[in-house]
Design a binder for this molecule. Structure first.
Ligand SMILES: C[S@@+](CC[C@H](N)C(=O)[O-])C[C@H]1O[C@@H](n2cnc3c(N)ncnc32)[C@H](O)[C@@H]1O
Length: 281
C-alpha cells in the first residue's frame, strides 16, 4: 500500500537531507556549514544541484562525498564573495575620522580583516592607512576560508570596469589622492602593486572551526555573519571579543550588530550607523 505523501513531509524530508549533507561535509572535509542561515544555504545548494544535474539533496551528497572537485564547486557557491573597494564608503569615513586617531596612540597596530574575500576590502584599508601615515606600523591579517578567493587577493588584479565605481567610493570614503594613482590598467584588469600589501598577510582561516591566532587592536568583519545563524554569530562574537585588546575596535558595517549578542554591553559604540565599537569591559 502506498503511503500518502504530504507536502509538509516532503519539506521535512528535504530538511533531513540537508542536515545529513552538512554533517557529511563536516566529517569528510572539515567545513562546518551546520549553523549557516538555512534560507540562503538552501538556495545555494539548489544552485549546485542544478549545476551538477541532480534532482535531490541526497544525490548531491553522494557526489560530494566521493568527489572533492564537486565539494570545491559547492564551496564557491556557499562562500558569497561579493565585495567592492571602499564598499559602503561611510565606513571608511568613520575609520579615518574616529578610528585612525585611536590607532595613532599605539606603537604598533595589528588589524584582523576577517572574511576578506578577494581582497578589495583589505587593499582599501591599506590605502587608507598609507594616506593617514600609519601603515608602516601596521600589520593586516586578512583571512577567509576560501583559498581561491585568497589567491585572487594576493594577485591584486581587479576588474577594470569596476574602477569607475571604486573611484566614486574612494572619493566618498574621504580618499585624499587621485584613485588612478594606485593601479596600472592592463589587459587583464587593474593591477594594484604588491608594495601596497607589503604589510598584509593573507591566510586561510575558518571563523566557524579555527581559533584566534593573535591579539588585535582592530577587527573588521563586514558582510560575513549575515550568513550565520544566531548560535554561530554568538560564537564568532566570542572569538572576536577574545581576540581584541581592551579598548580595541570592532568594525562590523551596517548589516550586522553586536547589540543583540551577549557581548553587547561589553562594547561602546564609536559609530552607530557603521556599527563600529570599542571593547570597554
Ligand atoms: C560577502 S563576502 C564579504 C567580503 C568583505 N568583507 C566585504 O564586506 O566586502 C563574505 C566572505 O565571507 C567568507 N566566509 C563565509 N563563511 C566563512 C567562514 N566560516 N570563515 C571564514 N570566511 C568565511 C566568504 O568566503 C566570503 O569571502
Amino acid at each position: 500500500m502506498a503511503l500518502p505523501v504530504e507536502r509538509s513531509d516532503e519539506l521535512d524530508l528535504e530538511q533531513l537531507e540537508v542536515e545529513l549533507l552538512l554533517e557529511g561535509i563536516f566529517r569528510r572535509y572539515g567545513f562546518d556549514f551546520r549553523e549557516y542561515a538555512p534560507a540562503s544555504l538552501k538556495r545555494r545548494l539548489r544552485r549546485r544541484m542544478d549545476g551538477e544535474n541532480v534532482e535531490t539533496v541526497s544525490a548531491l551528497q553522494d557526489l560530494i562525498l566521493h568527489d572533492p572537485a564537486v565539494m570545491e564547486r559547492l564551496l564557491l557557491d556557499l562562500s558569497v564573495n561579493v565585495t567592492a573597494m571602499f564598499r559602503d564608503p561611510g565606513f571608511y569615513v568613520v575609520f579615518r575620522e574616529k578610528v585612525v586617531p585611536l590607532l595613532r596612540t599605539y606603537p604598533f597596530v595589528r588589524i584582523w580583516n576577517a572574511g576578506c574575500a578577494t581582497g578589495e576590502e583589505t587593499y582599501s584599508l591599506a590605502i587608507l592607512l598609507e594616506e593617514e601615515g600609519i601603515y608602516e606600523k601596521t600589520r593586516i591579517y586578512a583571512t577567509d576560508f576560501n583559498q581561491t578567493a585568497l589567491e585572487q587577493a594576493r594577485e591584486g588584479v581587479f576588474p577594470l570596469e569596476r574602477m569607475r565605481d571604486y573611484t566614486a567610493n574612494y572619493i566618498q570614503g574621504g580618499g585624499k589622492r587621485s584613485f588612478s594613482e594606485y593601479y596600472r590598467a592592463g589587459y587583464d584588469g587593474a593591477q594594484f602593486p604588491s608594495a601596497l600589501v607589503r604589510n598584509v598577510v593573507f591566510a586561510q582561516h575558518n571563523l566557524v572551526s579555527d581559533r584566534s591566532f593573535n591579539e588585535f587592536q582592530v577587527i573588521v568583519c563586514r558582510n560575513v555573519m549575515i550568513y550565520f545563524d544566531r548560535t554561530l554569530q554568538e560564537r564568532v562574537h566570542a572569538l572576536f571579543y577574545d581576540s581584541l585588546v581592551t579598548l580595541g575596535v570592532l568594525g562590523l558595517g551596517r548589516r550586522e550588530s553586536a547589540a543583540f549578542t551577549s557581548f553587547g554591553d561589553r562594547y561602546e559604540p564609536i559609530d552607530t550607523d557603521e556599527r563600529v565599537y570599542r571593547k570597554v569591559a
